[in-house]
Design a protein around this ligand. Structure first.
Ligand SMILES: Nc1nc2c(c(=O)[nH]1)N[C@H]1C(S)=C(S)[C@@H](COP(=O)(O)O)O[C@H]1N2
Ligand SMILES: [Mo]
Length: 512
Protein backbone atom coordinates (compact mmCIF):
# COMPACT_ATOMS: atom_id res chain seq x y z
CA UNK A 1 0.00 0.00 0.00
CA UNK A 2 1.58 3.30 -1.08
CA UNK A 3 1.72 6.43 1.08
CA UNK A 4 -1.10 8.28 -0.67
CA UNK A 5 -3.22 5.13 -0.80
CA UNK A 6 -2.75 4.70 2.96
CA UNK A 7 -3.75 8.30 3.45
CA UNK A 8 -6.95 7.72 1.46
CA UNK A 9 -7.70 4.58 3.48
CA UNK A 10 -7.28 6.66 6.64
CA UNK A 11 -9.76 9.23 5.28
CA UNK A 12 -12.12 6.44 4.23
CA UNK A 13 -12.20 5.20 7.83
CA UNK A 14 -12.96 8.70 9.09
CA UNK A 15 -15.70 9.24 6.49
CA UNK A 16 -17.39 5.94 7.42
CA UNK A 17 -17.28 6.66 11.15
CA UNK A 18 -18.45 10.28 10.72
CA UNK A 19 -21.37 8.96 8.68
CA UNK A 20 -22.22 6.39 11.36
CA UNK A 21 -21.78 8.77 14.31
CA UNK A 22 -23.86 11.48 12.62
CA UNK A 23 -26.71 9.13 11.81
CA UNK A 24 -26.48 7.79 15.36
CA UNK A 25 -26.89 11.29 16.80
CA UNK A 26 -29.87 11.92 14.52
CA UNK A 27 -31.45 8.61 15.55
CA UNK A 28 -30.91 9.51 19.20
CA UNK A 29 -32.55 12.90 18.75
CA UNK A 30 -35.49 11.25 17.02
CA UNK A 31 -36.29 8.42 19.40
CA UNK A 32 -33.94 8.11 22.39
CA UNK A 33 -32.61 11.56 23.41
CA UNK A 34 -30.77 10.28 26.48
CA UNK A 35 -28.94 7.66 24.40
CA UNK A 36 -26.76 9.67 22.04
CA UNK A 37 -23.88 7.29 21.26
CA UNK A 38 -21.17 9.93 21.77
CA UNK A 39 -22.67 11.22 25.00
CA UNK A 40 -23.26 7.71 26.33
CA UNK A 41 -19.63 6.78 25.78
CA UNK A 42 -18.63 10.09 27.35
CA UNK A 43 -20.78 9.45 30.42
CA UNK A 44 -19.21 6.04 30.92
CA UNK A 45 -15.77 7.62 30.62
CA UNK A 46 -16.76 10.20 33.27
CA UNK A 47 -17.87 7.47 35.65
CA UNK A 48 -14.79 5.33 34.98
CA UNK A 49 -12.28 8.19 35.12
CA UNK A 50 -10.20 8.21 38.29
CA UNK A 51 -11.07 11.05 40.70
CA UNK A 52 -7.79 12.89 40.03
CA UNK A 53 -8.62 13.03 36.33
CA UNK A 54 -12.03 14.54 37.06
CA UNK A 55 -10.45 17.06 39.41
CA UNK A 56 -7.89 17.92 36.79
CA UNK A 57 -10.55 18.39 34.13
CA UNK A 58 -12.72 20.57 36.38
CA UNK A 59 -9.68 22.61 37.37
CA UNK A 60 -8.45 23.01 33.80
CA UNK A 61 -11.70 23.52 31.94
CA UNK A 62 -13.97 24.63 34.81
CA UNK A 63 -17.58 24.62 33.76
CA UNK A 64 -16.54 23.83 30.15
CA UNK A 65 -15.20 20.44 31.24
CA UNK A 66 -18.04 18.66 29.39
CA UNK A 67 -17.39 20.46 26.13
CA UNK A 68 -13.71 19.59 26.49
CA UNK A 69 -14.60 15.95 27.04
CA UNK A 70 -16.90 15.86 24.02
CA UNK A 71 -14.18 17.38 21.84
CA UNK A 72 -11.64 14.90 23.22
CA UNK A 73 -13.98 11.96 22.53
CA UNK A 74 -14.55 13.23 18.99
CA UNK A 75 -10.80 13.58 18.35
CA UNK A 76 -10.02 10.14 19.75
CA UNK A 77 -12.87 8.70 17.71
CA UNK A 78 -11.52 10.31 14.53
CA UNK A 79 -8.04 8.90 15.16
CA UNK A 80 -9.53 5.45 15.83
CA UNK A 81 -11.66 5.79 12.68
CA UNK A 82 -8.60 6.53 10.55
CA UNK A 83 -6.82 3.56 12.05
CA UNK A 84 -9.84 1.37 11.21
CA UNK A 85 -9.56 2.51 7.58
CA UNK A 86 -5.89 1.49 7.52
CA UNK A 87 -6.70 -1.87 9.09
CA UNK A 88 -9.50 -2.51 6.62
CA UNK A 89 -7.13 -1.71 3.78
CA UNK A 90 -4.63 -4.25 5.03
CA UNK A 91 -6.97 -6.96 6.33
CA UNK A 92 -10.35 -6.79 4.61
CA UNK A 93 -13.33 -7.15 7.04
CA UNK A 94 -11.30 -6.26 10.16
CA UNK A 95 -12.35 -2.62 9.86
CA UNK A 96 -15.94 -3.74 9.32
CA UNK A 97 -15.86 -5.90 12.44
CA UNK A 98 -14.28 -3.16 14.53
CA UNK A 99 -16.92 -0.63 13.40
CA UNK A 100 -19.56 -3.08 14.58
CA UNK A 101 -17.61 -3.44 17.85
CA UNK A 102 -17.66 0.36 18.33
CA UNK A 103 -21.42 0.22 17.90
CA UNK A 104 -21.62 -2.46 20.57
CA UNK A 105 -19.56 -0.33 22.96
CA UNK A 106 -22.07 2.48 22.35
CA UNK A 107 -25.00 0.12 22.97
CA UNK A 108 -23.47 -1.07 26.23
CA UNK A 109 -22.71 2.50 27.32
CA UNK A 110 -26.17 3.82 26.48
CA UNK A 111 -27.94 0.86 28.11
CA UNK A 112 -25.94 1.21 31.32
CA UNK A 113 -27.16 4.76 31.96
CA UNK A 114 -29.62 5.18 34.81
CA UNK A 115 -32.06 7.00 32.52
CA UNK A 116 -31.84 4.46 29.68
CA UNK A 117 -35.14 3.82 27.90
CA UNK A 118 -36.23 0.69 26.02
CA UNK A 119 -34.75 2.11 22.81
CA UNK A 120 -31.40 3.04 24.38
CA UNK A 121 -29.61 0.48 22.19
CA UNK A 122 -31.01 1.79 18.91
CA UNK A 123 -28.93 4.91 18.13
CA UNK A 124 -25.62 3.10 18.68
CA UNK A 125 -26.83 0.09 16.71
CA UNK A 126 -27.74 2.35 13.79
CA UNK A 127 -24.40 4.16 14.09
CA UNK A 128 -22.34 0.97 14.19
CA UNK A 129 -24.25 -0.58 11.29
CA UNK A 130 -23.92 2.51 9.09
CA UNK A 131 -20.16 2.70 9.69
CA UNK A 132 -19.68 -1.05 9.20
CA UNK A 133 -21.53 -1.04 5.87
CA UNK A 134 -19.68 1.96 4.44
CA UNK A 135 -16.12 1.36 5.55
CA UNK A 136 -15.48 -1.61 3.23
CA UNK A 137 -16.69 -0.04 -0.04
CA UNK A 138 -15.01 3.29 0.81
CA UNK A 139 -11.68 1.67 1.56
CA UNK A 140 -11.87 -0.31 -1.67
CA UNK A 141 -12.53 2.92 -3.57
CA UNK A 142 -9.47 4.36 -1.86
CA UNK A 143 -7.61 1.93 -4.09
CA UNK A 144 -6.34 0.04 -1.14
CA UNK A 145 -8.14 -3.26 -1.24
CA UNK A 146 -5.66 -6.02 -0.53
CA UNK A 147 -4.59 -8.07 -3.54
CA UNK A 148 -6.16 -5.74 -6.12
CA UNK A 149 -3.94 -4.96 -9.11
CA UNK A 150 -2.74 -1.34 -9.23
CA UNK A 151 -4.89 0.72 -11.57
CA UNK A 152 -3.51 2.27 -14.75
CA UNK A 153 -2.32 5.86 -14.44
CA UNK A 154 -5.21 7.61 -16.18
CA UNK A 155 -7.79 5.42 -14.57
CA UNK A 156 -6.12 6.01 -11.20
CA UNK A 157 -6.80 9.76 -11.40
CA UNK A 158 -10.41 9.01 -12.23
CA UNK A 159 -10.67 6.55 -9.32
CA UNK A 160 -9.16 9.06 -6.95
CA UNK A 161 -11.71 11.68 -7.88
CA UNK A 162 -14.47 9.14 -7.48
CA UNK A 163 -13.09 8.14 -4.07
CA UNK A 164 -13.04 11.72 -2.83
CA UNK A 165 -16.59 12.23 -4.09
CA UNK A 166 -17.84 9.19 -2.17
CA UNK A 167 -15.86 9.90 1.00
CA UNK A 168 -16.89 13.55 0.87
CA UNK A 169 -20.53 12.59 0.47
CA UNK A 170 -20.37 10.22 3.45
CA UNK A 171 -18.77 12.94 5.60
CA UNK A 172 -21.28 15.59 4.55
CA UNK A 173 -24.22 13.26 5.23
CA UNK A 174 -22.79 12.39 8.65
CA UNK A 175 -22.22 16.02 9.63
CA UNK A 176 -25.64 17.06 8.31
CA UNK A 177 -27.33 14.27 10.27
CA UNK A 178 -25.52 15.32 13.46
CA UNK A 179 -26.47 18.98 12.95
CA UNK A 180 -30.05 17.97 12.16
CA UNK A 181 -30.13 15.88 15.31
CA UNK A 182 -28.94 18.72 17.52
CA UNK A 183 -31.50 21.11 15.97
CA UNK A 184 -34.21 18.57 16.59
CA UNK A 185 -33.12 18.18 20.21
CA UNK A 186 -33.06 21.86 21.09
CA UNK A 187 -36.05 22.86 18.96
CA UNK A 188 -38.66 20.36 20.00
CA UNK A 189 -37.66 19.56 23.55
CA UNK A 190 -40.88 18.88 25.38
CA UNK A 191 -39.31 19.51 28.76
CA UNK A 192 -38.06 22.94 27.72
CA UNK A 193 -41.56 23.72 26.51
CA UNK A 194 -43.10 22.40 29.74
CA UNK A 195 -40.77 24.60 31.75
CA UNK A 196 -41.59 27.65 29.70
CA UNK A 197 -45.34 27.11 30.14
CA UNK A 198 -45.02 26.76 33.89
CA UNK A 199 -46.22 29.26 36.49
CA UNK A 200 -44.86 28.64 39.93
CA UNK A 201 -47.26 29.06 42.86
CA UNK A 202 -47.08 32.10 45.08
CA UNK A 203 -44.99 31.20 48.15
CA UNK A 204 -46.88 30.61 51.37
CA UNK A 205 -43.88 32.16 53.12
CA UNK A 206 -42.01 34.74 51.03
CA UNK A 207 -38.36 35.52 51.69
CA UNK A 208 -37.80 38.56 53.88
CA UNK A 209 -36.66 41.54 51.82
CA UNK A 210 -32.90 41.75 51.37
CA UNK A 211 -31.61 44.01 54.17
CA UNK A 212 -30.59 47.47 53.03
CA UNK A 213 -26.82 47.66 52.80
CA UNK A 214 -26.39 43.95 52.05
CA UNK A 215 -25.33 44.79 48.49
CA UNK A 216 -22.20 46.95 48.56
CA UNK A 217 -22.28 47.73 44.83
CA UNK A 218 -18.52 47.76 44.36
CA UNK A 219 -17.75 47.33 40.64
CA UNK A 220 -16.20 43.91 40.12
CA UNK A 221 -17.62 42.45 43.34
CA UNK A 222 -19.79 39.35 42.82
CA UNK A 223 -23.48 40.36 43.04
CA UNK A 224 -25.15 39.31 46.28
CA UNK A 225 -27.66 37.19 44.37
CA UNK A 226 -26.13 35.30 41.45
CA UNK A 227 -28.17 35.52 38.23
CA UNK A 228 -29.22 32.05 37.02
CA UNK A 229 -27.24 32.37 33.77
CA UNK A 230 -24.09 33.12 35.77
CA UNK A 231 -24.60 30.42 38.39
CA UNK A 232 -21.82 27.82 38.34
CA UNK A 233 -22.77 24.38 37.09
CA UNK A 234 -21.22 21.13 38.25
CA UNK A 235 -22.58 17.68 37.52
CA UNK A 236 -21.65 14.37 35.96
CA UNK A 237 -24.34 14.58 33.26
CA UNK A 238 -22.98 15.11 29.77
CA UNK A 239 -26.48 15.69 28.41
CA UNK A 240 -28.80 17.65 30.67
CA UNK A 241 -31.35 15.13 31.99
CA UNK A 242 -34.81 15.79 30.57
CA UNK A 243 -37.33 15.22 33.33
CA UNK A 244 -40.94 16.01 32.41
CA UNK A 245 -42.71 17.43 35.49
CA UNK A 246 -45.89 15.61 34.48
CA UNK A 247 -43.96 12.32 34.81
CA UNK A 248 -41.95 13.35 37.87
CA UNK A 249 -42.46 11.78 41.24
CA UNK A 250 -40.40 11.44 44.38
CA UNK A 251 -40.31 8.29 46.42
CA UNK A 252 -39.26 8.36 50.07
CA UNK A 253 -38.50 4.88 51.32
CA UNK A 254 -35.96 2.73 53.15
CA UNK A 255 -35.78 2.86 56.93
CA UNK A 256 -39.18 4.54 57.36
CA UNK A 257 -42.51 3.65 58.90
CA UNK A 258 -44.50 4.67 55.80
CA UNK A 259 -43.31 5.06 52.25
CA UNK A 260 -44.22 8.43 50.79
CA UNK A 261 -44.70 9.22 47.11
CA UNK A 262 -45.06 12.77 45.92
CA UNK A 263 -46.13 13.88 42.44
CA UNK A 264 -45.41 17.24 40.84
CA UNK A 265 -49.02 18.39 41.33
CA UNK A 266 -48.90 17.35 45.00
CA UNK A 267 -45.60 19.15 45.54
CA UNK A 268 -46.87 22.39 44.00
CA UNK A 269 -50.02 22.21 46.14
CA UNK A 270 -47.95 22.23 49.35
CA UNK A 271 -47.22 25.54 51.12
CA UNK A 272 -43.91 26.49 49.52
CA UNK A 273 -41.39 28.84 51.08
CA UNK A 274 -38.63 31.05 49.78
CA UNK A 275 -35.15 31.08 51.27
CA UNK A 276 -31.79 32.43 50.21
CA UNK A 277 -29.04 29.82 50.34
CA UNK A 278 -25.50 30.02 49.01
CA UNK A 279 -24.46 26.83 47.24
CA UNK A 280 -20.78 25.86 47.13
CA UNK A 281 -18.85 23.11 45.42
CA UNK A 282 -16.26 21.12 47.34
CA UNK A 283 -14.02 21.38 44.26
CA UNK A 284 -13.84 25.16 44.65
CA UNK A 285 -10.23 26.26 45.03
CA UNK A 286 -9.42 29.13 47.38
CA UNK A 287 -10.41 32.21 45.37
CA UNK A 288 -12.50 30.07 42.98
CA UNK A 289 -15.81 30.67 41.27
CA UNK A 290 -17.68 27.45 42.10
CA UNK A 291 -20.06 29.21 44.48
CA UNK A 292 -23.29 31.12 43.98
CA UNK A 293 -26.22 32.50 45.93
CA UNK A 294 -29.86 32.23 44.92
CA UNK A 295 -33.38 32.62 46.23
CA UNK A 296 -34.90 29.15 46.22
CA UNK A 297 -38.60 28.33 46.26
CA UNK A 298 -39.26 24.94 47.78
CA UNK A 299 -40.77 22.73 50.40
CA UNK A 300 -38.93 21.78 53.60
CA UNK A 301 -37.68 18.21 53.37
CA UNK A 302 -38.13 17.75 57.14
CA UNK A 303 -41.93 17.80 56.75
CA UNK A 304 -41.83 15.00 54.17
CA UNK A 305 -39.44 12.99 56.32
CA UNK A 306 -41.71 13.50 59.33
CA UNK A 307 -44.56 12.06 57.28
CA UNK A 308 -42.43 9.04 56.38
CA UNK A 309 -41.24 8.50 59.97
CA UNK A 310 -37.51 7.62 59.82
CA UNK A 311 -36.39 4.77 62.08
CA UNK A 312 -34.40 5.72 65.15
CA UNK A 313 -31.22 3.99 63.92
CA UNK A 314 -31.19 5.72 60.50
CA UNK A 315 -28.58 8.47 60.06
CA UNK A 316 -28.45 9.22 56.32
CA UNK A 317 -30.67 10.12 53.41
CA UNK A 318 -29.35 8.87 50.08
CA UNK A 319 -30.86 11.07 47.38
CA UNK A 320 -30.83 9.88 43.80
CA UNK A 321 -31.29 11.81 40.57
CA UNK A 322 -33.01 10.73 37.38
CA UNK A 323 -29.56 10.15 35.83
CA UNK A 324 -28.28 7.98 38.67
CA UNK A 325 -26.17 10.47 40.66
CA UNK A 326 -26.43 9.98 44.42
CA UNK A 327 -25.62 12.06 47.49
CA UNK A 328 -25.57 10.97 51.13
CA UNK A 329 -26.87 13.65 53.51
CA UNK A 330 -26.88 13.34 57.31
CA UNK A 331 -30.47 12.76 58.42
CA UNK A 332 -30.06 15.23 61.28
CA UNK A 333 -29.30 18.04 58.83
CA UNK A 334 -32.51 17.32 56.94
CA UNK A 335 -34.63 17.16 60.07
CA UNK A 336 -33.36 20.18 62.03
CA UNK A 337 -34.91 23.62 61.56
CA UNK A 338 -32.73 24.83 58.68
CA UNK A 339 -34.17 25.60 55.23
CA UNK A 340 -33.26 22.29 53.60
CA UNK A 341 -35.72 22.19 50.72
CA UNK A 342 -36.93 20.35 47.68
CA UNK A 343 -36.56 23.33 45.39
CA UNK A 344 -38.68 24.04 42.32
CA UNK A 345 -37.79 27.71 41.83
CA UNK A 346 -34.51 29.61 41.52
CA UNK A 347 -34.54 33.41 41.60
CA UNK A 348 -38.24 33.70 40.73
CA UNK A 349 -38.07 31.23 37.83
CA UNK A 350 -38.63 27.49 37.54
CA UNK A 351 -35.27 25.77 38.02
CA UNK A 352 -33.23 26.01 34.82
CA UNK A 353 -32.78 22.58 33.23
CA UNK A 354 -29.06 22.56 34.03
CA UNK A 355 -29.78 23.32 37.69
CA UNK A 356 -32.08 20.36 38.23
CA UNK A 357 -35.50 20.99 36.67
CA UNK A 358 -38.09 20.20 37.84
CA UNK A 359 -36.93 19.46 41.42
CA UNK A 360 -33.60 19.54 43.26
CA UNK A 361 -32.37 19.57 46.83
CA UNK A 362 -30.81 22.62 48.47
CA UNK A 363 -29.32 22.23 51.93
CA UNK A 364 -27.69 25.17 53.73
CA UNK A 365 -24.28 24.33 55.20
CA UNK A 366 -23.21 21.33 53.14
CA UNK A 367 -21.20 21.15 49.93
CA UNK A 368 -23.25 20.27 46.86
CA UNK A 369 -21.81 16.79 46.41
CA UNK A 370 -23.44 15.55 49.64
CA UNK A 371 -26.67 17.49 49.50
CA UNK A 372 -27.71 19.40 46.37
CA UNK A 373 -29.02 16.56 44.18
CA UNK A 374 -30.47 17.94 40.95
CA UNK A 375 -33.27 16.15 39.03
CA UNK A 376 -33.98 14.36 42.32
CA UNK A 377 -36.47 11.46 42.17
CA UNK A 378 -35.71 9.26 45.18
CA UNK A 379 -34.86 9.64 48.87
CA UNK A 380 -33.78 6.52 50.66
CA UNK A 381 -33.53 6.75 54.43
CA UNK A 382 -30.54 4.62 55.37
CA UNK A 383 -27.25 4.60 57.28
CA UNK A 384 -23.75 5.83 56.51
CA UNK A 385 -22.45 2.31 57.17
CA UNK A 386 -24.81 0.86 54.54
CA UNK A 387 -24.89 3.35 51.67
CA UNK A 388 -22.41 5.64 49.92
CA UNK A 389 -23.00 8.64 47.66
CA UNK A 390 -21.43 9.02 44.20
CA UNK A 391 -18.45 11.20 45.15
CA UNK A 392 -17.80 9.39 48.41
CA UNK A 393 -17.18 6.18 46.47
CA UNK A 394 -14.58 8.23 44.57
CA UNK A 395 -12.64 9.10 47.69
CA UNK A 396 -14.35 12.27 48.90
CA UNK A 397 -15.35 12.64 52.54
CA UNK A 398 -18.70 11.06 53.45
CA UNK A 399 -19.86 14.22 55.23
CA UNK A 400 -19.22 17.59 53.65
CA UNK A 401 -19.85 20.56 55.96
CA UNK A 402 -18.81 23.78 54.23
CA UNK A 403 -15.56 25.26 55.53
CA UNK A 404 -15.10 28.89 56.56
CA UNK A 405 -13.79 30.71 53.49
CA UNK A 406 -13.42 34.15 51.96
CA UNK A 407 -12.56 35.56 48.56
CA UNK A 408 -11.08 38.80 47.23
CA UNK A 409 -12.99 39.97 44.13
CA UNK A 410 -11.60 43.52 43.90
CA UNK A 411 -8.94 44.15 42.76
CA UNK A 412 -9.17 41.24 40.33
CA UNK A 413 -6.09 39.35 39.27
CA UNK A 414 -5.90 41.22 35.97
CA UNK A 415 -7.03 44.66 37.17
CA UNK A 416 -4.67 47.59 37.05
CA UNK A 417 -4.91 49.68 40.19
CA UNK A 418 -3.96 53.36 40.05
CA UNK A 419 -2.16 54.93 42.99
CA UNK A 420 -4.52 56.77 45.35
CA UNK A 421 -7.74 55.95 47.17
CA UNK A 422 -9.38 52.73 46.05
CA UNK A 423 -11.25 49.83 47.60
CA UNK A 424 -10.62 46.16 48.29
CA UNK A 425 -13.76 44.01 48.35
CA UNK A 426 -14.95 40.43 48.37
CA UNK A 427 -17.24 37.85 49.90
CA UNK A 428 -17.00 35.46 52.85
CA UNK A 429 -19.09 32.47 53.84
CA UNK A 430 -19.69 29.57 56.11
CA UNK A 431 -23.27 28.60 55.43
CA UNK A 432 -25.48 27.92 58.41
CA UNK A 433 -22.80 29.24 60.78
CA UNK A 434 -22.39 32.79 59.48
CA UNK A 435 -19.52 35.25 59.27
CA UNK A 436 -18.86 37.86 61.95
CA UNK A 437 -15.71 39.54 60.68
CA UNK A 438 -13.38 39.83 57.71
CA UNK A 439 -9.86 41.18 58.02
CA UNK A 440 -7.39 42.24 55.37
CA UNK A 441 -3.63 42.29 55.51
CA UNK A 442 -1.59 44.20 52.94
CA UNK A 443 2.05 43.24 52.42
CA UNK A 444 1.99 41.13 55.59
CA UNK A 445 1.00 44.21 57.64
CA UNK A 446 -1.37 44.21 60.59
CA UNK A 447 -4.88 42.76 60.06
CA UNK A 448 -7.36 45.54 59.35
CA UNK A 449 -11.03 44.88 59.97
CA UNK A 450 -13.09 45.33 56.81
CA UNK A 451 -16.58 46.77 56.68
CA UNK A 452 -18.93 43.78 56.69
CA UNK A 453 -22.22 44.24 54.84
CA UNK A 454 -25.36 42.90 56.46
CA UNK A 455 -25.86 39.28 55.45
CA UNK A 456 -29.19 38.06 54.09
CA UNK A 457 -28.87 35.26 56.64
CA UNK A 458 -26.29 32.89 58.10
CA UNK A 459 -27.07 30.60 55.16
CA UNK A 460 -25.68 33.05 52.62
CA UNK A 461 -22.35 34.59 51.85
CA UNK A 462 -21.71 38.15 52.92
CA UNK A 463 -19.94 40.99 51.12
CA UNK A 464 -17.14 43.05 52.62
CA UNK A 465 -14.96 45.99 51.65
CA UNK A 466 -12.01 47.97 52.90
CA UNK A 467 -10.91 51.39 51.66
CA UNK A 468 -7.26 51.41 50.67
CA UNK A 469 -4.87 54.10 49.56
CA UNK A 470 -2.76 52.33 46.99
CA UNK A 471 0.87 53.39 46.74
CA UNK A 472 2.95 52.60 43.70
CA UNK A 473 4.77 49.31 43.83
CA UNK A 474 4.04 45.63 44.21
CA UNK A 475 1.45 44.63 46.83
CA UNK A 476 0.19 41.37 48.24
CA UNK A 477 -3.37 41.46 49.63
CA UNK A 478 -4.70 38.67 51.82
CA UNK A 479 -7.88 38.25 53.78
CA UNK A 480 -9.36 35.97 56.40
CA UNK A 481 -12.82 35.58 57.87
CA UNK A 482 -14.04 34.85 61.38
CA UNK A 483 -17.21 32.85 61.84
CA UNK A 484 -20.05 33.59 64.20
CA UNK A 485 -18.88 30.62 66.21
CA UNK A 486 -15.54 32.37 66.77
CA UNK A 487 -13.40 30.29 64.41
CA UNK A 488 -10.75 32.17 62.43
CA UNK A 489 -10.20 31.07 58.83
CA UNK A 490 -7.09 28.93 58.75
CA UNK A 491 -3.97 29.89 56.82
CA UNK A 492 -3.20 26.23 56.30
CA UNK A 493 -3.48 25.45 52.59
CA UNK A 494 -5.44 22.32 51.72
CA UNK A 495 -6.53 21.17 48.26
CA UNK A 496 -10.24 20.56 47.52
CA UNK A 497 -9.95 16.76 47.99
CA UNK A 498 -11.18 15.13 50.14
CA UNK A 499 -13.35 17.65 52.02
CA UNK A 500 -12.81 21.21 50.75
CA UNK A 501 -9.93 23.66 50.18
CA UNK A 502 -8.59 25.93 52.91
CA UNK A 503 -6.11 28.80 53.06
CA UNK A 504 -6.15 32.59 52.85
CA UNK A 505 -7.02 34.03 49.46
CA UNK A 506 -4.35 36.28 48.04
CA UNK A 507 -4.20 38.85 45.24
CA UNK A 508 -1.05 40.58 44.03
CA UNK A 509 -1.21 43.96 42.33
CA UNK A 510 1.36 46.12 40.60
CA UNK A 511 0.46 49.77 41.17
CA UNK A 512 2.22 52.01 38.63
N1 LIG B 1 -27.95 14.91 39.63
C1 LIG B 1 -26.84 15.53 40.04
N2 LIG B 1 -26.94 16.44 41.04
C2 LIG B 1 -25.84 17.09 41.47
C3 LIG B 1 -24.57 16.81 40.93
C4 LIG B 1 -24.48 15.83 39.91
O1 LIG B 1 -23.41 15.53 39.38
N3 LIG B 1 -25.64 15.22 39.49
N4 LIG B 1 -23.48 17.49 41.40
C5 LIG B 1 -23.55 18.09 42.72
C6 LIG B 1 -22.48 19.02 42.97
S1 LIG B 1 -20.93 18.34 43.15
C7 LIG B 1 -22.69 20.35 43.13
S2 LIG B 1 -21.44 21.36 43.65
C8 LIG B 1 -24.00 20.96 42.87
C9 LIG B 1 -23.92 22.07 41.87
O2 LIG B 1 -25.18 22.60 41.60
P1 LIG B 1 -25.34 23.63 40.41
O3 LIG B 1 -24.83 22.97 39.17
O4 LIG B 1 -26.79 24.00 40.34
O5 LIG B 1 -24.49 24.84 40.76
O6 LIG B 1 -24.93 20.01 42.38
C10 LIG B 1 -24.88 18.75 43.01
N5 LIG B 1 -25.99 17.99 42.48
MO1 LIG C 1 -19.56 20.01 43.80
Amino acid sequence: MGGSTAWRAFLAGIAAVVLGAGIGELAAAAFAPASSPLAAIGDVLIDLAPPWAKEWAIGLFGTSDKLALLIAIALVLLAVAGALGLLEARFARIGVLLCAALGIVGIAAASSRADATGLAWAPSAVAGAAAAFTIGPLVRRAGAAPGEPAAQDGAAGMDRRRFFAWAGAATVIGVAAAVGGSLLQTGARTVTAARRALHLPVPARAAAPIPPGAELRVPGLAPLVTPNERFYRIDTALLVPQVDPAQWSLRIHGMVDHEVTLTWAQLLALPLQESYTTLACVSNEVGGELIGNAKWLGYPIRHLLAQAGPHADADMVLSRSADGFTAGTPLEVLTDQRDAVLAVGMNDEPLPLEHGFPVRMVVPGLYGYVSATKWVVDLEVTRFDRATGYWTTQGWAPRGPIKLESRIDVPGAVDTVAAGPTVIAGVAWQQHVGVSRVEVSIDDGAWQTAELASAISDDTWVQWRLPWTATSGHHVIRCRATSRSGQVQTARQAPPAPDGATGWPQVTVQVP
